[in-house]
Design a protein around this ligand. Structure first.
Ligand SMILES: Cc1ncc(C[n+]2csc(CCOP(=O)(O)OP(=O)(O)O)c2C)c(N)n1
Length: 689
């Protein structure tokens, strides 16, 4: 936004050569691998080089520098665009790494992977997602500034989020959702270069994409700058640079630079073709292109020493910018010791001592919906962790996601009453997918802990973002309420059936379905402590708050599954239940006891966490010797056979629900204590007891 850019040298012949080298490396790397996406990396070379050398404020020797600009390559298939600039700028990638492009264990996988390659800020590949995450980063930059330096107009903590995106990125709905949010939020720190090459896999994008993108982005509230291509089809680099300078000066709205280009330029026959998007150009075409570029057609992976030396001078400029920032940071820290201490805590991902003492405990005897309990916990956490913020996709009242003591995160220019550029309540609008991407971007930006809510059934709309959160292993919390047919009268469109099972399939995502209010408290505490991707499935309907003087402590949630109520001696049957069905299991246990059957009730709010426990612990909860087992969960059966075994009974719903009261539906579909008792008897019989 107001950040000082890297010093810009005059553009020299070596810079021209470096762009040529970047184009050639893109061709060579794909040719060597035998597959990949050469065309876009070739034509994006001038834009990416100009960005990394002359605009991005970065220090290649410290990719974690807090004051750095962020770069998001939203069209992740053009990963060479990024790898080649990381190589040229000196992030530690070598020519050998480029030669190992797309091979096992290389630092140059097919698409950029966060946490894998130094300098890669975000995993991209699913088109559109990068844009939504960049929007999240831009929002996070503002929020973090609010935490650390809210009074100043130009700040150490201001920086830009630069994005390169493609046609496909702008065709995907999520980018539209997120760009609309960016406009409403007046994200002046967001600068996006759109590579308008009119080519995607099926050819001319006009077979599917004819809208006026410029008008669309202007309507979103962005500044749009058009950069026409040169008459030979090449990117007009000088005009692009002028547009980037203009973009840099704009601090009150996001900027789209619509850069016209020709894919695979200047390959004589491949340029402008869909084939060049996703296939190696072939030896002859590469040789002919090299001749046009003034290179030796016989050689590949050639980087003249003077070109590399010249490109790596960006390190000197970056270090200087970093040193200047450090000096400013020092005086800021001296003048703001409390904020500096907060920053230190946030950077080291620590939590304040005793923070969990603020979390509520819920007395037994009163029924509370777990979404309502979650709302209380969210507010309690917000009281002790300023880095905790979030909102909902227009369901705040239903999701109980509002931090009551705070205001709405909106720019000062917003006409909305109470707009606060540093507010902690995010209004995502009805845009679940963008919400997921934005949450990811906020988490990736590094200092704050975001959450976002919607109905569990609409997790489908954001699944791509949830998967990316899990893949990147970042601390994002999804608050999914109205978690089963228990939501009642809104009917089958709103009743999640397959969702819990299907979300559990995503590796590295903790799906937590608490049984009561106190399990909800412990679930949230664990989510915050673990700082990993997690989703809470919460009830709309009230659930009894279990009397923990009678039942085991809710602390057991930390183990994923725990013995909530045991039998005396070895159980005849184990009833495993989650969420709202745990209460049914307890009632069934009493009835079974009256029949002389010893039943153990296991509450299993998070199978992911349970699987991480030792075998001994898991055996203590689910002893292998006890074959009679029943699972109870108001969702599909998938996944439960593993826990109940061949003799087990699964109480589930394997069809869509209906519009009726929760009570009616539970009875109608067999979620009753009687059904649990009958299933227990049946399983005991099957187990041969
Ligand atoms: C969500 C999603 N759908 C499909 C793909 C597969 N895909 C990869 S690249 C591509 C075409 C992209 O065309 P464009 O964005 O114009 O990129 P360019 O041809 O300019 O490289 C497609 C469909 C993807 N990566 N992500």
């Amino acid at each position: 936004m107001n950040s000082t850019p890297l010093a810009r040298n005059t553009w020299t012949e070596n810079d021209d050569k470096a762009v040529v080298v970047a184009r050639a490396l893109a061709m060579d790397a794909v040719q060597k691998a035998g597959h990949g996406h050469p065309g876009t990396a070739m034509s994006l070379a001038p834009a990416a080089y100009t960005l990394f050398q002359r605009f991005l404020r970065h220090d290649p020797t410290d990719s974690q520098w807090l004051g750095r600009d962020r770069f998001v390559l939203s069209c992740g298939h053009s990963s060479l665009t990024l790898y080649i600039q990381l190589f040229l700028s000196g992030y530690g990638l070598s020519l050998d790494d480029l030669k190992a492009f797309r091979t096992h264990n290389s630092l140059t996988p097919g698409h950029p992977e966060y946490g894998h390659t130094n300098g890669v800020e975000v995993t991209t590949g699913p088109l559109g997602a990068g844009i939504s995450m960049a929007v999240g980063m831009a929002m996070a930059a503002r929020y973090e500034k609010g935490l650390l330096d809210p009074e100043s107009t130009t700040s150490l903590f201001d920086h830009n989020i630069w994005v390169i995106c493609s046609d496909g990125d702008l065709e995907e709905g999520v980018s539209g959702e997120a760009s609309s949010v960016a406009g409403t939020q007046s994200l002046g720190n967001l600068k996006m270069i759109y590579d308008d090459n009119r080519i995607s896999i099926e050819g001319d994008t006009h077979v599917a994409f004819t809208e006026d993108v410029t008008a669309r982005y202007r309507a979103y509230g962005w500044k749009v700058i058009e950069v026409a291509a040169l008459s030979d089809g090449n990117v007009d680099r000088e005009k692009l640079e002028a547009a980037m300078i203009e973009a840099e000066k704009i601090s009150d709205l996001p900027v789209l630079i619509r850069m016209h280009s020709t894919i695979a330029w200047p390959a004589p026959t491949a340029q402008g073709t869909a084939e060049s998007h996703g296939s190696a150009l072939g030896a002859d075409e590469i040789a002919a292109t090299k001749v046009l570029l003034g290179l030796n057609p016989e050689e590949s992976f050639i980087v003249p020493a003077e070109v590399l030396t010249h490109a790596r001078e960006v390190i000197t400029r970056g270090k200087a910018a970093h040193a200047q920032w450090d000096a400013e940071f020092k005086s800021w820290a001296q003048a703001n010791p409390e904020r500096a201490a907060l920053l230190e805590r946030l950077r080291s991902h620590e939590l304040p001592a005793g923070w969990e003492n603020a979390l509520p405990e819920f007395p037994a005897g009163k029924d509370v919906a777990t979404r309502a309990a979650s709302g209380k916990v969210i507010n309690a956490i917000a009281g002790v962790l300023p880095e905790f913020w979030g909102g909902s996709a227009d369901l705040a009242g239903s999701n109980n996601t509002t931090i009551n003591s705070s205001s709405s995160f909106l720019p000062a220019s917003s006409a909305m009453e109470g707009a606060d550029p540093y507010g902690r309540v995010i209004h995502f609008g009805i845009r679940e997918h963008a919400m997921g991407g934005i949450l990811n971007g906020i988490a990736l930006h590094g200092l704050s802990k975001p959450f976002g809510g919607t109905f569990l059934v609409f997790s489908d709309y954001m699944r791509g973002a949830v998967r990316l959160a899990a893949l990147m292993n970042i601390p994002v919390t999804f608050v999914w309420t109205h978690d089963s047919i228990g939501l009642g009268e809104d009917g089958p469109t709103h009743q999640p059936i397959e969702h819990i099972a299907s979300l559990r399939l995503i590796p590295n995502l903790a799906v937590i379905r608490p049984a009561d209010a106190n399990e909800t408290t412990v679930a949230w505490r664990e989510v915050i402590k673990r700082a990993k991707p997690a989703g809470l499935a919460l009830s709309r309907q009230n659930l009894p708050v279990l009397d923990r003087t009678v039942f085991a402590s809710a602390q057991g949630v930390a183990n994923g599954a725990y013995v909530l109520s045991d039998s005396e001696g070895t159980p005849d049957v184990i009833i495993i239940a989650t969420g709202s069905e745990v209460a049914l299991a307890i009632t069934a246990q009493t009835t079974l006891k009256e029949q002389g059957i010893k039943a153990r009730v296991v509450s299993a709010p998070c199978l992911e966490w349970f699987e991480q426990k030792s075998e001994a612990y898991r055996e203590s909860v689910l002893p292998a010797a006890v074959k009679a087992r029943v699972s109870v969960e108001a969702g599909v059966a998938q996944g439960w056979r593993e826990y109940v075994g061949d003799a087990g009974e699964i109480i589930s719903i394997n069809h869509f629900g209906a519009s009726a009261s929760a009570g009616t539906l539970f009875k109608e579909y067999g979620f009753t204590a009687e059904a649990v008792v009958a299933a227990a008897q049946s399983s005991i019989k099957k187990a041969g007891k």
